[in-house]
Write a protein that binds this ligand. Structure first.
Ligand SMILES: [Ca+2]
Ligand SMILES: [Ca+2]
Ligand SMILES: [Ca+2]
Ligand SMILES: [Ca+2]
Length: 413
């Protein structure tokens, strides 16, 4: 989960925020550091109303009046419009999200300072010394799928959220070091549907750049991304104008609702799919039997966290999760990911036992499950797998009955 201070909160709830800032744990621990939160009309101080023109849209993560500024607001070009989406939110639980910004794909876009390599960023909340691990997530809804590139977000021409000319949802991570630039996913773009994107660089060059579409692993790219003096563009392609500035080509036709850009590593927190992928926490998890949605801290994300080891998402850690693990043994998602980067997992592989979220279910995941304590008394992995790498449904039932009997027996002694 993210650490954040809110621009609007700092004006409305100043005392509370400053008290909170005094907590020594604000930027320590497991949470990533939210550098930018572009709510695109939902920051109360922005004064958005339906069908009004955007001139400046606010970064809502950071305190006002700091030097250097903690806020990286974006300037609008071509008068994009605020759109009331309270009747058509990205997902049912997004009750704080009442506005999006609409772009025409021809003249309208937003621009401002890039984040790119955090320690080189021109307008950072912090120095981000030593870390180049970063990511973003956003919601968008396209109007039309064309045969040209559409850029929802282009951060310094290095990391981009795109639709390819083939009409596929995709991502870019550029590299002068032999990387792939644009990689389309196996999912075609569809008009008039909200889509969640996340692109994460989790672990230096070895971690690659991982693109998730609606919470699912979709595109993986490798190599080292480059320094960039180019700006961040929303709804446009950002490229070098050869004069020391950025040339923008507006290219995205549709709505964008909510963008977060964040930093982690080297004292700026950690990124975890199960706590930080907004689709997983806000859409998938509340759709399961074991979890609901609450947002007491009003950060736009679910406060309820997945229980480590709960493979079948019923909100409990018990022998049923061991059964789900055995059922998913030896599975992997390699066939669903495009690009030359590392393998990675998602809620589907997690539901098959991929507890280390590297895309497969193998002995490494068993060690993670065993560390939760839930496998105590159910036998060894080889015992459970004996006779079948992928148990037949009938043998699963028998295995379940056997495990249940074993659990009952052991509970009596
Ligand atoms: Ca919004
Ligand atoms: Ca929350
Ligand atoms: Ca469970
Ligand atoms: Ca795994």
């Amino acid at each position: 989960m993210k650490t954040a201070t809110w621009r609007n909160a700092s004006s409305v709830l100043g005392a509370f925020v400053f008290a909170w800032l005094a907590l020594p744990t604000l930027f320590a621990g497991a949470d990533y550091t939210l550098d930018r939160w572009y709510r695109l009309g939902d920051d109360p101080s922005e004064g958005a109303f339906a069908n009004s023109s955007v001139s400046i849209t606010y970064d809502s993560s950071g305190l006002l009046g700091q030097s250097p500024s903690q806020l990286a607001d974006l300037e609008a070009i071509g008068s994009p419009l605020y759109v009331d989406i309270s009747g058509d939110r990205p997902h049912a639980n997004a009750t704080l999200d009442n506005y999006a910004i609409s772009f025409d794909g021809a003249t309208q876009y937003l621009h401002g300072p890039n984040l790119n390599i955090p320690y080189e960023s021109t307008k950072p909340n912090f120095s981000y010394t030593g870390t180049d691990d970063r990511g973003y997530q956003l919601w968008f809804k396209i109007n039309t799928v064309s045969d040209a590139y559409q850029h929802m977000l282009d951060d310094g021409d290095e990391h981009s959220a795109i639709i390819t000319p083939a009409g596929d949802l995709g991502f870019e991570m550029r590299s002068n070091d032999g990387g792939q630039a644009s990689v389309g996913s196996q999912t075609a773009a569809v008009a008039n549907e909200w889509v969640h994107y996340a692109q994460i660089r989790p672990d230096g060059a070895n971690g690659g750049a991982l693109g998730y579409i609606n919470g699912l692993a979709a595109v993986s790219q490798s190599a080292i991304y480059d320094s960039s003096s180019l700006e961040l563009a929303i709804a446009a392609d950002a490229e070098d104008d050869t004069l020391g500035g950025t040339a923008f080509t507006p290219s995205y036709n549709g709505l964008i609702s909510d963008i977060e850009m964040f930093v982690f590593g080297e004292g700026y927190g950690d990124y975890s799919y199960t706590t930080d992928n907004g689709y997983f926490t806000d859409v998938f998890l509340p759709s399961t039997a074991g979890y609901s949605y609450t947002d007491s801290n009003q950060d736009g994300h679910n406060d309820n966290a997945w229980i480590a080891g709960d493979i079948n998402f019923d909100g409990q850690l018990n022998v049923d999760d061991v059964m789900a693990f055995i059922a998913g043994w030896n599975s992997d998602n390699a066939g669903t990911i495009n690009g030359n980067g590392p393998s990675f997992g998602d809620y589907q592989t997690l539901g098959l036992g991929d507890l280390d979220l590297d895309g497969d279910t193998d002995v490494d995941d068993w060690l993670v499950l065993r560390a939760t304590g839930v496998t105590a008394g159910v036998g060894s992995l080889s015992d459970l797998l004996e006779g079948a790498t992928v148990p037949e449904p009938t043998s699963l039932v028998l295995l379940a009955a056997g495990l249940f009997a074993m659990a009952c027996y052991r509970s009596r002694v």
